[in-house]
Write a protein that binds this ligand. Structure first.
Ligand code: NAD
Length: 278
Protein backbone atom coordinates (compact mmCIF):
# COMPACT_ATOMS: atom_id res chain seq x y z
CA UNK A 1 0.00 0.00 0.00
CA UNK A 2 1.41 3.31 -1.05
CA UNK A 3 1.51 6.46 1.03
CA UNK A 4 -1.06 8.81 -0.52
CA UNK A 5 0.47 12.27 -0.94
CA UNK A 6 -2.37 14.66 -0.17
CA UNK A 7 -2.00 17.76 -2.35
CA UNK A 8 -4.92 19.50 -0.70
CA UNK A 9 -3.32 19.39 2.76
CA UNK A 10 0.14 20.45 1.52
CA UNK A 11 -1.33 23.23 -0.63
CA UNK A 12 -3.30 24.52 2.38
CA UNK A 13 -0.02 24.70 4.35
CA UNK A 14 1.65 26.68 1.56
CA UNK A 15 -1.29 29.09 1.28
CA UNK A 16 -1.35 29.57 5.07
CA UNK A 17 2.31 30.64 4.98
CA UNK A 18 1.56 33.01 2.10
CA UNK A 19 -1.42 34.46 3.99
CA UNK A 20 0.77 35.23 7.02
CA UNK A 21 3.21 37.18 4.85
CA UNK A 22 0.42 38.97 2.99
CA UNK A 23 -1.11 40.10 6.27
CA UNK A 24 2.16 41.85 7.13
CA UNK A 25 2.08 43.67 3.77
CA UNK A 26 -1.57 44.63 4.29
CA UNK A 27 -0.67 46.05 7.71
CA UNK A 28 1.83 48.28 5.91
CA UNK A 29 -0.91 49.37 3.51
CA UNK A 30 0.54 47.35 0.62
CA UNK A 31 -2.07 44.74 -0.32
CA UNK A 32 -0.68 42.78 -3.28
CA UNK A 33 -2.83 42.34 -6.39
CA UNK A 34 -3.06 39.65 -9.07
CA UNK A 35 -4.63 40.34 -12.47
CA UNK A 36 -6.18 37.30 -14.11
CA UNK A 37 -7.00 37.61 -17.80
CA UNK A 38 -9.41 35.20 -19.46
CA UNK A 39 -10.11 35.37 -23.18
CA UNK A 40 -13.05 33.47 -24.64
CA UNK A 41 -15.41 30.82 -23.32
CA UNK A 42 -13.29 27.75 -22.64
CA UNK A 43 -15.22 26.07 -19.77
CA UNK A 44 -12.10 24.51 -18.18
CA UNK A 45 -10.35 27.90 -18.24
CA UNK A 46 -13.36 29.46 -16.51
CA UNK A 47 -13.08 26.93 -13.69
CA UNK A 48 -9.31 27.53 -13.38
CA UNK A 49 -9.78 31.29 -13.24
CA UNK A 50 -12.52 31.13 -10.63
CA UNK A 51 -10.35 28.81 -8.50
CA UNK A 52 -7.46 31.26 -8.74
CA UNK A 53 -9.75 34.03 -7.54
CA UNK A 54 -10.80 31.92 -4.56
CA UNK A 55 -7.13 31.31 -3.77
CA UNK A 56 -6.44 35.06 -3.95
CA UNK A 57 -9.22 35.75 -1.45
CA UNK A 58 -7.91 33.01 0.84
CA UNK A 59 -4.37 34.43 0.76
CA UNK A 60 -5.43 38.07 1.15
CA UNK A 61 -4.55 39.23 -2.37
CA UNK A 62 -6.72 41.59 -4.32
CA UNK A 63 -7.71 39.97 -7.60
CA UNK A 64 -8.63 41.79 -10.76
CA UNK A 65 -10.47 39.74 -13.35
CA UNK A 66 -10.53 40.67 -17.01
CA UNK A 67 -12.92 38.52 -19.04
CA UNK A 68 -12.53 39.33 -22.73
CA UNK A 69 -14.69 38.03 -25.57
CA UNK A 70 -13.64 35.15 -27.82
CA UNK A 71 -13.08 37.51 -30.78
CA UNK A 72 -10.52 39.70 -28.93
CA UNK A 73 -7.61 40.57 -31.22
CA UNK A 74 -3.95 40.15 -30.38
CA UNK A 75 -3.53 43.95 -30.46
CA UNK A 76 -6.34 44.41 -27.93
CA UNK A 77 -4.86 41.84 -25.58
CA UNK A 78 -1.39 43.38 -25.93
CA UNK A 79 -2.89 46.74 -25.00
CA UNK A 80 -4.39 45.29 -21.82
CA UNK A 81 -1.10 43.58 -20.92
CA UNK A 82 0.73 46.88 -21.40
CA UNK A 83 -1.78 48.67 -19.18
CA UNK A 84 -1.35 46.01 -16.44
CA UNK A 85 2.45 46.15 -16.78
CA UNK A 86 2.25 49.84 -15.86
CA UNK A 87 -0.39 49.52 -13.11
CA UNK A 88 1.30 49.72 -9.69
CA UNK A 89 -1.64 48.05 -7.92
CA UNK A 90 -1.05 44.92 -10.02
CA UNK A 91 1.93 42.86 -8.81
CA UNK A 92 1.26 39.74 -10.83
CA UNK A 93 -0.28 39.13 -14.26
CA UNK A 94 -1.68 35.82 -15.37
CA UNK A 95 -3.07 35.26 -18.84
CA UNK A 96 -5.03 32.01 -18.80
CA UNK A 97 -4.06 29.59 -21.60
CA UNK A 98 -5.10 28.43 -24.12
CA UNK A 99 -5.87 31.61 -26.05
CA UNK A 100 -8.19 31.76 -29.10
CA UNK A 101 -6.38 30.87 -32.32
CA UNK A 102 -6.12 34.45 -33.69
CA UNK A 103 -3.79 35.31 -30.78
CA UNK A 104 -0.19 34.10 -30.66
CA UNK A 105 0.41 32.82 -27.12
CA UNK A 106 4.14 33.39 -27.32
CA UNK A 107 3.69 37.05 -28.31
CA UNK A 108 1.46 37.65 -25.30
CA UNK A 109 3.60 35.75 -22.80
CA UNK A 110 6.69 37.62 -23.98
CA UNK A 111 4.90 40.96 -23.56
CA UNK A 112 4.23 40.44 -19.82
CA UNK A 113 6.70 42.33 -17.62
CA UNK A 114 9.03 39.55 -16.36
CA UNK A 115 8.76 41.01 -12.84
CA UNK A 116 5.00 40.40 -12.91
CA UNK A 117 5.20 37.03 -14.68
CA UNK A 118 3.84 34.85 -11.85
CA UNK A 119 3.42 31.85 -14.19
CA UNK A 120 7.16 32.02 -14.97
CA UNK A 121 6.58 31.61 -18.73
CA UNK A 122 8.58 34.65 -19.92
CA UNK A 123 11.92 33.62 -21.50
CA UNK A 124 13.80 35.72 -18.93
CA UNK A 125 12.24 33.72 -16.09
CA UNK A 126 12.66 30.44 -17.98
CA UNK A 127 16.35 31.36 -18.22
CA UNK A 128 16.48 31.97 -14.47
CA UNK A 129 14.96 28.52 -13.90
CA UNK A 130 17.55 26.94 -16.20
CA UNK A 131 20.40 28.57 -14.25
CA UNK A 132 18.81 27.71 -10.91
CA UNK A 133 18.67 31.30 -9.69
CA UNK A 134 14.92 31.43 -9.20
CA UNK A 135 12.81 34.53 -9.19
CA UNK A 136 9.50 32.85 -9.94
CA UNK A 137 9.03 29.12 -9.66
CA UNK A 138 7.39 27.14 -12.47
CA UNK A 139 4.06 26.47 -10.70
CA UNK A 140 3.32 22.82 -11.42
CA UNK A 141 6.91 21.50 -11.20
CA UNK A 142 7.59 23.51 -8.02
CA UNK A 143 4.35 22.12 -6.59
CA UNK A 144 5.66 18.61 -7.23
CA UNK A 145 8.96 19.40 -5.49
CA UNK A 146 7.07 20.83 -2.50
CA UNK A 147 5.03 17.62 -2.27
CA UNK A 148 8.17 15.48 -2.29
CA UNK A 149 9.84 17.70 0.32
CA UNK A 150 6.85 17.80 2.64
CA UNK A 151 6.49 14.02 2.34
CA UNK A 152 10.13 13.51 3.35
CA UNK A 153 11.08 12.03 -0.05
CA UNK A 154 14.73 12.60 -0.90
CA UNK A 155 15.48 13.60 -4.51
CA UNK A 156 19.25 13.78 -4.46
CA UNK A 157 20.85 10.69 -5.98
CA UNK A 158 17.52 9.27 -7.14
CA UNK A 159 16.74 8.24 -10.68
CA UNK A 160 13.91 10.52 -11.77
CA UNK A 161 11.98 9.84 -14.96
CA UNK A 162 9.68 12.52 -16.36
CA UNK A 163 7.21 11.55 -19.10
CA UNK A 164 6.44 14.69 -21.12
CA UNK A 165 8.62 17.51 -22.41
CA UNK A 166 6.26 20.50 -22.53
CA UNK A 167 7.46 23.99 -21.64
CA UNK A 168 4.87 24.17 -18.85
CA UNK A 169 5.48 20.86 -17.12
CA UNK A 170 8.00 18.36 -18.49
CA UNK A 171 11.02 20.58 -19.20
CA UNK A 172 10.92 22.74 -16.05
CA UNK A 173 10.14 19.60 -14.00
CA UNK A 174 13.29 17.95 -15.30
CA UNK A 175 15.25 21.12 -14.49
CA UNK A 176 14.06 21.35 -10.89
CA UNK A 177 14.77 17.66 -10.24
CA UNK A 178 18.23 18.13 -11.74
CA UNK A 179 18.88 21.17 -9.52
CA UNK A 180 17.95 19.02 -6.53
CA UNK A 181 20.48 16.33 -7.39
CA UNK A 182 18.26 13.86 -9.20
CA UNK A 183 19.56 11.89 -12.18
CA UNK A 184 16.93 12.78 -14.73
CA UNK A 185 15.60 11.03 -17.82
CA UNK A 186 13.01 12.87 -19.92
CA UNK A 187 10.72 10.64 -22.02
CA UNK A 188 8.30 11.82 -24.68
CA UNK A 189 6.26 10.70 -27.67
CA UNK A 190 9.37 9.68 -29.64
CA UNK A 191 10.95 7.65 -26.81
CA UNK A 192 11.61 4.03 -27.73
CA UNK A 193 10.94 1.31 -25.14
CA UNK A 194 9.18 3.71 -22.80
CA UNK A 195 8.36 1.08 -20.18
CA UNK A 196 12.03 0.10 -19.96
CA UNK A 197 12.87 3.73 -19.13
CA UNK A 198 10.05 4.26 -16.66
CA UNK A 199 10.79 1.00 -14.82
CA UNK A 200 14.17 2.45 -13.87
CA UNK A 201 12.54 5.36 -12.02
CA UNK A 202 12.79 5.82 -8.27
CA UNK A 203 10.61 8.89 -8.81
CA UNK A 204 8.28 8.77 -11.82
CA UNK A 205 6.49 11.96 -12.94
CA UNK A 206 3.74 11.55 -15.55
CA UNK A 207 2.75 14.66 -17.54
CA UNK A 208 1.31 13.18 -20.72
CA UNK A 209 -2.38 14.08 -20.83
CA UNK A 210 -3.70 10.54 -21.44
CA UNK A 211 -5.98 8.80 -18.96
CA UNK A 212 -4.54 5.57 -17.53
CA UNK A 213 -1.37 5.88 -19.62
CA UNK A 214 1.04 4.69 -16.90
CA UNK A 215 0.23 1.06 -16.19
CA UNK A 216 1.58 -1.11 -13.37
CA UNK A 217 4.08 -2.89 -15.67
CA UNK A 218 5.77 0.50 -16.28
CA UNK A 219 6.47 1.11 -12.60
CA UNK A 220 9.26 -0.31 -10.45
CA UNK A 221 7.89 -1.71 -7.18
CA UNK A 222 8.52 0.85 -4.43
CA UNK A 223 8.75 3.83 -6.79
CA UNK A 224 7.28 7.24 -5.96
CA UNK A 225 4.65 8.08 -8.59
CA UNK A 226 3.61 11.68 -9.25
CA UNK A 227 0.61 12.11 -11.52
CA UNK A 228 0.41 15.55 -13.16
CA UNK A 229 -2.20 14.60 -15.75
CA UNK A 230 -5.71 16.03 -15.70
CA UNK A 231 -8.00 14.04 -17.98
CA UNK A 232 -11.54 12.76 -18.24
CA UNK A 233 -12.02 9.01 -18.48
CA UNK A 234 -14.64 7.27 -20.63
CA UNK A 235 -17.28 7.94 -17.93
CA UNK A 236 -16.38 11.64 -17.88
CA UNK A 237 -14.74 11.38 -14.47
CA UNK A 238 -11.64 13.45 -13.67
CA UNK A 239 -8.51 11.27 -13.66
CA UNK A 240 -4.77 11.45 -14.06
CA UNK A 241 -2.25 9.79 -16.40
CA UNK A 242 -1.67 6.89 -14.03
CA UNK A 243 -3.76 3.73 -13.80
CA UNK A 244 -4.19 4.48 -10.11
CA UNK A 245 -6.03 1.31 -9.05
CA UNK A 246 -3.25 -0.97 -10.32
CA UNK A 247 -0.20 1.25 -9.68
CA UNK A 248 -1.07 2.31 -6.11
CA UNK A 249 -0.52 -1.18 -4.63
CA UNK A 250 3.07 -1.38 -5.94
CA UNK A 251 4.20 2.24 -5.43
CA UNK A 252 5.74 3.46 -2.16
CA UNK A 253 3.98 6.82 -2.52
CA UNK A 254 1.55 8.22 -5.07
CA UNK A 255 -0.44 11.39 -5.76
CA UNK A 256 -4.18 11.07 -6.45
CA UNK A 257 -6.16 12.93 -9.13
CA UNK A 258 -8.05 15.00 -8.15
CA UNK A 259 -6.48 16.28 -4.94
CA UNK A 260 -2.85 15.81 -5.89
CA UNK A 261 -0.69 18.06 -8.04
CA UNK A 262 -3.58 20.35 -9.12
CA UNK A 263 -4.01 22.17 -5.77
CA UNK A 264 -0.21 22.49 -5.51
CA UNK A 265 0.02 24.35 -8.83
CA UNK A 266 -2.46 26.91 -7.49
CA UNK A 267 -0.62 27.25 -4.17
CA UNK A 268 2.70 27.95 -5.88
CA UNK A 269 1.00 30.60 -8.02
CA UNK A 270 0.05 32.32 -4.76
CA UNK A 271 3.62 32.05 -3.52
CA UNK A 272 4.85 33.60 -6.78
CA UNK A 273 2.36 36.45 -6.41
CA UNK A 274 3.79 37.14 -2.95
CA UNK A 275 7.31 37.08 -4.42
CA UNK A 276 6.20 39.58 -7.07
CA UNK A 277 4.75 41.89 -4.41
CA UNK A 278 7.91 41.77 -2.35
P1 NAD B 1 1.41 18.64 -23.59
O1 NAD B 1 0.37 18.05 -24.46
O2 NAD B 1 2.01 19.96 -23.91
O3 NAD B 1 2.61 17.60 -23.42
C1 NAD B 1 2.38 16.22 -23.31
C2 NAD B 1 3.71 15.51 -23.41
O4 NAD B 1 3.45 14.13 -23.38
C3 NAD B 1 4.48 15.80 -24.68
O5 NAD B 1 5.76 16.31 -24.37
C4 NAD B 1 4.56 14.47 -25.41
O6 NAD B 1 5.83 14.24 -25.98
C5 NAD B 1 4.30 13.47 -24.29
N1 NAD B 1 3.62 12.30 -24.83
C6 NAD B 1 2.48 12.26 -25.55
N2 NAD B 1 2.22 11.00 -25.92
C7 NAD B 1 3.21 10.23 -25.44
C8 NAD B 1 3.51 8.85 -25.52
N3 NAD B 1 2.71 7.98 -26.19
N4 NAD B 1 4.63 8.40 -24.90
C9 NAD B 1 5.43 9.25 -24.23
N5 NAD B 1 5.19 10.58 -24.13
C10 NAD B 1 4.10 11.05 -24.73
O7 NAD B 1 0.75 18.66 -22.12
P2 NAD B 1 1.19 19.44 -20.80
O8 NAD B 1 0.74 20.85 -20.87
O9 NAD B 1 2.60 19.15 -20.43
O10 NAD B 1 0.22 18.70 -19.76
C11 NAD B 1 0.31 17.30 -19.54
C12 NAD B 1 -0.84 16.87 -18.65
O11 NAD B 1 -0.74 17.55 -17.40
C13 NAD B 1 -2.24 17.24 -19.17
O12 NAD B 1 -3.14 16.25 -18.74
C14 NAD B 1 -2.55 18.54 -18.46
O13 NAD B 1 -3.94 18.76 -18.33
C15 NAD B 1 -1.91 18.30 -17.13
N6 NAD B 1 -1.51 19.50 -16.40
C16 NAD B 1 -1.79 19.49 -15.07
C17 NAD B 1 -1.42 20.56 -14.29
C18 NAD B 1 -1.72 20.50 -12.83
O14 NAD B 1 -1.72 21.51 -12.18
N7 NAD B 1 -1.95 19.32 -12.28
C19 NAD B 1 -0.76 21.65 -14.85
C20 NAD B 1 -0.45 21.62 -16.22
C21 NAD B 1 -0.83 20.52 -16.98
Amino acid sequence: MAKIIDGKVIAANVKKQVREEVEKLIAEGKQPGLAVVLVGNNPASRVYVSNKEKDCAECGFKSYEYALPEETTEAQLLELVDQLNHDDSVNGILVQLPLPKQICEQTILHAIDPKKDVDAFHPENVGHIMIGDFRFLPCTPAGVIEMLDQSGIEISGKHCVVIGRSNIVGKPMAMLLLHRGGTVTVCHSKTKNLAEETRRADILVAAVGKAGFVTADMVKPGAVVIDVGINRNAEGKLCGDVDYANVEPIASAITPVPGGVGPMTRAILMRNTLTAAK
